[in-house]
Ligand binder design. Sequence first.
Ligand code: CU
Length: 148
Amino acid sequence: MTFKHRIAVVLSTICLPWFVQAKDWQVQMLNYGDAGSMVFEPSYIHAQIGDTVTFVPTQSGHNAKSYVVPRDTKAWTSPINESYTLALQHEGVHLYYCPPHLMMGMIGVIQVGKANNLDTIESKYPRLRSKIALSPERADQIVANIQQ
Ligand SMILES: [Cu+2]
């Protein structure tokens, strides 16, 4: 092993834990955000297995409830006006909404790795969309972020 190799091994050993560290994503629940009124911000996240997502009650009157979850994942609901952390343990897409503001299109998507349950999203999203009275197009754009 050359000196350069040895340096590379030492550097990769030091740096690797930093690169593979799981991330905690913060999702603000807002009465008004960049995309308009009643929004999750960011409304789309592309995370990896092992990451967590924390819903932050920045403004009051909101919560988050799953509508579609990845395979082998339990449905989840965050308490209203409280911080809630969701552990992402399985690959796939979470489609969720704020029950008090679904009518106003307050929905969000968390993609964990690959979208291996896209067929379920495609079959169930129209029913969720039918309950959105205000600007369902904004919700369509959020769902359209999902990467195959
Ligand atoms: Cu809300």
